[in-house]
Design a protein around this ligand. Sequence first.
Ligand SMILES: NC(=O)c1ccc[n+]([C@@H]2O[C@H](COP(=O)([O-])OP(=O)(O)OC[C@H]3O[C@@H](n4cnc5c(N)ncnc54)[C@H](O)[C@@H]3O)[C@@H](O)[C@H]2O)c1
Length: 433
Amino acid sequence: MSIMAAAAAAPKIAFSDAPEKFAEVGAKSRLKVGLIGCSGRGMGAVDNMMEAAGGAVKIVAIADLFADRLEVARKFFEKRTRQYPERYKDAIDIPPERAFFGWDAYKKLIAEDVDIVIHATPPVFRPLHIRAAVEAGKHMFVEKPACVDPVQARQLMEIADMADKKSLTIIPGIQRRFSPAYQESIKRMQDGQIGEIVGAQAYWLNPRFFIQNKGELYVPEMDPEEMEYQIRNWFVFAWTSGDCYVEQHVHNLDVIRWGLGRDPVEVNGIGGRRWDIEFPKMGDRFSHFGVDYDFGGGVRCASYSRREQKSKDYVMERFIGTKGVLELDLGSATNRIIGQKPWEYKGPRPEPIVQEHRFLLDCLLNNKPVNMLRDMIDSTLIAIAGRESCYCGRNFKYAWLKNRSKLSLEPKEWKFGKKPIEGVRLPGIYKLV
Ligand SMILES: NC(=O)c1ccc[n+]([C@@H]2O[C@H](COP(=O)([O-])OP(=O)(O)OC[C@H]3O[C@@H](n4cnc5c(N)ncnc54)[C@H](O)[C@@H]3O)[C@@H](O)[C@H]2O)c1
C-alpha cells in the first residue's frame, strides 16, 4: 500500500484500543513491514505490532548483521503463528530472497517495497540506518535510545528535519509517552495539581547486569577485543549501547524532560563499576550512576541508575511540587498524587508497547504524519550528558555537550576484526571532548 503525503499540522495524540479499526484497511491492502535487528526487542516489536494491527500489516523482509539471528526470528514467527493463528494469519511473508544479513543488510531491506521499517539494532547503528530509511521515504518505529554520543545526536536532528520535509511518521520506543495513565498524570501536573514544581527524581535500578540472551554472554569463547564479540554483546560496551545509563535510564529521563518541558542547564554526576565485574569480557560499562541535573530556577532532578547482579529493583519517576508529589511507575501501575489534592489514576491501562504501534498505524492509515524522533534524541542527549559527567567526575553546562562536544564513539569503518578496548573510564582522568 502506498502512503499518501499528508497534512502539515501534527495531529493531537489520539489512541484507538480497537484493532478492528485497522482490520478493514488490512483486508484491502496491508502495510508492508521490514524488521532490522532480529532478536529480543525486534521480535517483541513485531509481536506488539501484530497485536495492534488487527490484520493491517504484513512482515515482508528481515535484516540482521548475523545469519543465525535470521533463523531465530523465523522460528519465533512460526511459533507465534501457531500460538496466535488469528493475529498472525497470512501476516508473515519472508521468502529467503527477502531475508538479509551482513553489514549492508539494512540497505537491502530498505530497497525492498516496505512501507514501515522497525529498527531494533544496538543503539550505535541508529543514525546510519535511520538516515538510509528516511532518504528512501520509509516510515519507522525506532527503538530507544536514539544514539550513543552528541555527534550522532546532531546527525539525527538533521535526519529528523529531512523526515519532516518528506511527511514521514517516526515513532520512538519511549513507551511511557504512549501510556494514558502517564499522559493524564503529566497533564494534571502541568495544570497545577501539585502546585509549582520544585524538584524531580528518576530511578532505574536493575538487579541484573544485562537481560539479553537470558543473562548469558553471546559467543563467550571469542576474544572480547573482536568487533563481532562487541556487537553481539553490545549491552556491556559503552560505544555500542551508550552505557546502561543511556540505554535503560533514557525511559525515566524522557518522563522528566516531558514533565518539566525543558532541557537541564547543568549536570553533575558520580558513578563507577563494581570491582568484581570482569574486564574486558563483561565490557567497559559502568554499573552505577547518580546524576544531579540542574533545570534552572532552583529546580533539580536527582537521577539514579544501576545494573548490578543481585541488587534491588526500583524503577520510578517522581515530581515534587509546592502542594503535592506526583509518583509514576509503569511496572507497578502507579500513577498518583499525594498532597493537598490527592489523586490516583483508575482508567484503562493498555500496554504502552502496543499503544505505540496503534498510534503509528493510526498515523499512516489516516494520513496524519507524526515525527517524534526529536523527543527521543533530546532525552537521549540528557542521558549522554549525565553519563559523561559520571565518566569524567565533574560538572558542566548541558548546552556545551549538546552543541559543542565532539565526542564520537562510532568506529571509522564497519568491518569484522580486532577492536581494542581502552579500559574502564576513570573519573578525574577521563577527559571530555
Ligand atoms: N523499549 C524497550 O522497553 C526496550 C526493551 C528492550 C530493548 N530495547 C532496545 O532495543 C534495541 C535492541 O535490543 P535487544 O534487547 O533486542 O538486543 P538483541 O541483542 O537481543 O538484538 C539486537 C539485534 O540486532 C542485530 N544487529 C546488530 N548489529 C546490526 C546491524 N549492523 N545490522 C542489523 N542487525 C544488527 C543483532 O545481531 C541482534 O539480532 C536496543 O536499543 C535496546 O535498548 C528497548
